[in-house]
Write a protein that binds this ligand. Structure first.
Ligand SMILES: [Ca+2]
Ligand SMILES: [Ca+2]
Length: 320
């Protein structure tokens, strides 16, 4: 009996880190400010083409009506116009400005949302999707502030599910992957602009949380191939073209793509997982504390040129 339990435990720990079946994903992205969000969505579409991922929905946490149509436009470009897209309907004031660098531009490409006013409430969409999925069936990857997942945890039972948010997450979510924090410490933007949500999630999320820290994506510069290998109407190319932070070769740090890649593929030979928890202050600084538990951070293992190629191959691949 005890041995069986131990085996089950080992199997569940290894299934967290190493995937073999299609991973059902909800992507939570602050699209429009930095171009890595558009790249992360492209990577996710390519992983879905290969049968590695299924995109259940995309949610947008900012107070901006152009985010949802821009996301819908990129989904439409990749041949998936009917993926549900939810948008934030609350009134939280983020601690830094979110710029519309490319949302309005992408919203001019074909999409049927046109405005966030036509998109469902993101927390309600989370609840609707989760309620319909098998237990431990969903991976959530947040590549922006954690406002929506904090609000999801605090949501009440409703017509979508008799469970409150925390119980619903505990039942349905295999793991939460967060682009956020820095190891061993830092003041990373996704945490800093919405620190109360990051604190709440860190303290209350009932299933494992894996953080892809600032240092993981900052090392991998991608994007230059978009300008020679994709057409001018490629939404990721458009997003990169708007970014004032590109390097001389037109590359940008790959924060959000690495979080998505981990969420779908697990660690493979790209990373290992460290264990501890990120202590988060009121102003969004973090320092990692070594301890046992179900909070983890990625540790880079594979070489940077190899990681660049893996990500960039998917960023420039054509729609099917
Ligand atoms: Ca659509
Ligand atoms: Ca982002």
């Amino acid at each position: 009996m005890r041995l069986t339990f131990l085996l089950l435990l080992l199997i569940s720990v290894s299934s967290l880190a190493q995937r073999t079946k299609t991973v059902k994903i909800i992507l939570d992205t602050d699209f429009g400010n930095d171009c890595d969000d558009a790249a992360a969505l492209a990577v996710l579409h390519q992983l879905a083409y290969h049968g590695e991922a299924e995109i259940l929905g995309v949610v947008y946490p900012m107070n901006d009506d152009m985010g949802a149509p821009a996301i819908d436009a990129e989904n439409t470009y990749y041949g998936k116009p009917n993926i549900p897209v939810g948008t934030y309907k609350g009134t939280y004031e983020y601690k830094d400005k979110h710029n519309d660098l490319y949302n309005s531009k992408l919203a001019e490409l074909p999409n049927d949302l046109k405005s966030g006013k036509n998109a469902p409430d993101a927390v309600a969409l989370y609840r609707k999707i989760l309620a319909a999925q098998p237990d431990q069936g969903v991976t959530i990857v947040v590549v922006g502030p954690q406002r929506l997942v904090a609000d999801l945890l605090q949501s009440k039972a409703d017509s979508l599910s008799p469970l409150d948010g925390t119980a619903l997450v505990k039942k349905k979510v295999l793991q939460l992957v967060v682009m956020g924090t820095a190891y061993p410490k830092g003041h990373e933007w996704n945490i800093r602009i919405c620190p109360d949500a990051a604190q709440y999630v860190e303290e209350h999320w009932p299933t494992p949380v894996v953080y892809s820290g600032l240092e993981i994506g900052i090392a991998i510069m991608t994007g230059e191939r978009l300008f020679t290998e994709t057409p001018e109407n490629n939404p990721v190319r458009i997003a990169f073209g708007t970014n004032p932070g590109l390097d001389a070769k037109k590359n940008r740090h790959s924060w959000d793509q690495t979080a998505v890649l981990y969420a779908v593929r697990g660690v493979r030979d790209y990373w290992t997982l460290g264990t501890g928890f990120p202590q988060i202050t009121e102003d969004g600084k973090n320092s990692w504390v070594v301890s046992k538990g179900n909070r983890h951070y990625l540790i880079a293992k594979k070489g940077i040129p190899e990681m660049k190629k893996i990500l960039e191959d998917m960023m420039v691949a054509a729609p099917k």
